[in-house]
Design a protein around this ligand. Structure first.
Ligand code: BES
Ligand code: MN
Length: 454
């Protein structure tokens, strides 16, 4: 059955590409208030699109950016139901001058679609929409019931979706959740994520004086908060990259032998990290390879750092305050609240007299997630991936975070198939984000096969 549907999808190649390009033209940047109308427009566009392909769809309020919900339940109550999750919001496109083409006027160059959201995540959930469209358009019976939940606050760690899911448990009831918001390991090597890192994000302010001071009159007589903060931050890790916060690693899980064998199969090298990042060498905790550091070890990173005068020219100022944004990627079993407490206490302990620190949590911690690899629904995804890409998927511990996975686990309690259609080289969250046309087409095929295998 899936062959006929795939053949139809291939005939529709141009149309399916054009639909994605139209969707990518809507700058649904969830973080920027000036794009609020565009966010709503993307939701409305998507809702219309889902209706046109034959689903019942609606835009639903959440208290923040709306979600788009759609369903097709005509396979009947004795057939399984898939809930496909995705996000229609995108990261800000800035810095704009580093894009080769307009981030919101997607173009295809050398078989690759360039545009913000092309890989993360419009292009990936559109693959599932096009799979469903391919069944419905030619009246091939869709073998399973399908629901879509496409949200608009993923890129801002949105506070509303968890409550929405809890309040709509019946509406979202399903047998499996499918999420394509990650990457293949290589164009012909699929992966199924079975762990995601969580995230804890906070900001710290170091203050020494009541207001900025003349650095000639006061320099040498009062603490400089930028220097003090730099010294505190520098002590959060040793020179090898090992985090020195007490108890930080206490709950980190030791991998079992299956996991170590899977990690050994991951085609990820130091060279690849260097090539993709432009870094002249890799740097990380001794004793772990790059795949382990990416998925199995927690991090502590400075995401922003500022103080004093950063404009053009010289200004002889002794700043009153210094700031840093810091985040930790947490692995399963680490408790975000406890980790936050340990980090804050340690930073306080490192703070010299004359300096005071204040903290603000920017994103309530999301804990890391572990997923049951053996569930039959996940095995259906594995078979679909193998048939599409020619290789059995590798089970991967992912470094990024997809916070909704925790909500799905807590509220719906069903297996979650995390089958990514992008590539790690797609520049997500960066200038020139892109998505190979081939990845889109293969994603559609994989989705058609998944719906059939299920
Ligand atoms: N698609 C990414 C998550 C991801 C990144 C999965 C790389 C696999 C590989 C997702 O849109 C994302 O960026 N999530 C944020 C979540 C955060 C804002 C809570 C992340 O990981 O930074
Ligand atoms: Mn994403």
């Amino acid at each position: 059955m899936s062959d006929l549907v795939i053949a139809y999808a291939q005939q529709q190649r141009e149309k399916y590409l054009n639909d994605l390009i139209e969707y990518l033209a809507i700058p649904s940047v969830s973080a920027q208030p000036q794009h609020k109308q565009d966010v709503n427009r993307a939701a409305a566009w998507l809702c219309d699109h889902l209706r046109v392909i034959g689903m019942e769809a609606r835009v639903m309020e959440t208290g923040g950016h709306p979600v788009v919900y759609a369903e097709w339940l005509s396979a009947g109550a004795n057939r399984p139901t898939v809930l496909v999750y995705g996000h229609y919001d995108v990261q800000p496109a800035e810095p704009l001058d580093l894009w080769r083409s307009d981030p919101f006027a997607a173009v295809i160059r050398d078989g690759v679609i360039y545009g913000r959201g092309s890989s993360d995540n419009k292009g990936q959930h559109m693959a599932h929409i096009k799979a469903v469209e391919s069944f419905l358009a030619q009246k091939t019976p869709l073998p399973v019931n399908v629901k879509f939940l496409i949200e608009g606050e993923e890129e801002i760690g949105g506070p509303h979706l968890g409550a929405f899911i809890a309040a709509n448990k019946q509406l979202l009831a399903c047998d499996v959740i499918m999420i394509s918001d990650s990457a293949l390991l290589a164009p012909d090597q699929p992966s199924l994520l079975y762990a995601l890192r969580g995230l804890l994000y906070f900001e710290v302010e170091a203050r020494c004086a009541a207001h900025d001071l003349h650095s000639g009159s006061y320099g040498g007589n009062v603490q400089n908060p930028a220097m003090a903060l730099a010294q505190i931050l520098a002590r959060l890790k040793d020179e090898h990259g090992h985090i020195t916060v007490p108890a930080f690693y206490d709950a980190v899980r030791v991998l079992d032998s299956f996991e170590r064998a899977e990690i050994a199969r991951i085609p990820m090298s130091e060279q690849q990290i260097m090539a993709e990042s432009g870094a002249s060498q890799v740097f990380g905790e001794p004793g772990y390879n790059v795949a382990e550091r990416m998925g199995a070890r927690p991090t502590l990173e400075i995401n922003g750092l500022w103080s004093g005068y950063t404009g053009e020219g010289a200004k002889t100022v002794l700043p009153a305050t210094a700031h840093a944004k810091i985040s930790c990627r947490l692995v399963p079993h680490q408790n975000p609240a406890e980790i936050y407490k340990s980090v804050v206490e340690y930073m306080q302990a490192l703070t010299p007299p004359g300096v005071s620190l204040s903290f603000k949590v920017l994103q309530e911690g999301t804990r890391g997630t572990l997923i049951d690899r053996d569930a039959p629904q996940i095995q259906a995804a594995a078979r679909a991936a193998q048939a599409t890409y020619g290789k059995a998927p590798i089970y991967v511990l992912e470094g990024g975070s997809i916070p909704v996975v925790n909500d799905f686990q807590d509220v719906l309690g069903k297996p979650i198939a995390l089958l990514g259609f992008g590539l790690s080289s797609d520049n997500i969250h960066a200038p020139d984000e892109h998505y190979p046309v081939r990845c889109y087409e293969k994603g559609i095929e994989a989705s058609i096969r998944f719906l059939t295998e299920l």
